[in-house]
Design a protein around this ligand. Sequence first.
Ligand code: ADP
Ligand code: MG
Length: 326
Amino acid sequence: MILFENVTKTYNDGRTAVKGLSFEIKKGEFFVLIGPSGCGKTTVLKTINRLIETSSGRISIEDRPIDDYKLNELRWNIGYVLQQIALFPHMTVGENVAVVPDLMKKSRAETEKSVNHLLGMVGLDSEVYRDKIPSELSGGQQQRVGVVRALAADPDILLMDEPFSALDPVTREKLQNDLLELQRSIRKTIVFVTHDMREALKLGDRICLMNNGEIVQIGTPDEIVRQPANEFVRRFLGDAVESVQTVSPGASLTAEELAEPLASDYQLSNNGAVTIGADTEVGELLRHFAAEERLLVRRGDTVFGLLQREQTLKRIARELEERGAK
Ligand code: ADP
Ligand code: MG
């Protein structure tokens, strides 16, 4: 639904920030842009809502080039959340989130209903928070309001530029979970920028890894972990995995901790699954998942647990994030 065709952006100083990008973001997809600082992530994001004009190439939304949309129409249909959300300091939470719906002349009653609902979904009881002003909220709460504000006009697309990276790890973890939960019910097309691979693996339906203004690899978390395109991708993944050891020495994740219990009727015989030891650590697990969809976990002769690739990768990403918090 968002189509990039050979998009290049060269800034006035002659610096080319993104070079000939072509890719497609599907409708309802949670699409994560990741890469080192300066690789062009923010530039990509801002070309979508035309905060930055491209130098060449074309971007289309729903098969229509973005230049064909009226700017207001385009911006109203695209919510935007930044790292440091700038709420209007003298307006209440309720007023802050109603700004765009008001501009769009949506009915007050309708706006209030959807805003109350959205506030509830990000864990802010509207009865309690609607009439507070931003300075009465914590950083994490303000960021939640920012997400609600971006969604208040019911846009089809949500752009999020490192929205959680200024928050402490515990709050960040909570907001990630809330966002996943929220996305399950609202199904927006989300383009989410981060430089944190753990966050990308946890949130993304697909991940686009960039370097120097170019795409290095696009794939599902599974594909990225299973088939990293090159050393650069492996290094990015490696950092995410290694941080367990460095942050929390001696407490690295094992197969046992990650395994789900085997259902009593699970057919152990002839299902062909590879069996690994209970103490197998994350790095080794990831290598196994390169080839296997499922792993059985044993201690001694007893097989007691099951690891499924998709779920386990998500679990690992979550655990890494939690451990990072300690
Ligand atoms: P990221 O978000 O991945 O950190 P950006 O998209 O912000 O990267 O920047 C990509 C490159 O473009 C960087 O080299 C940056 O210095 C440069 N850049 C960004 N904005 C401007 C600008 N307004 N003028 C000139 N160069 C810019
Ligand atoms: Mg940026």
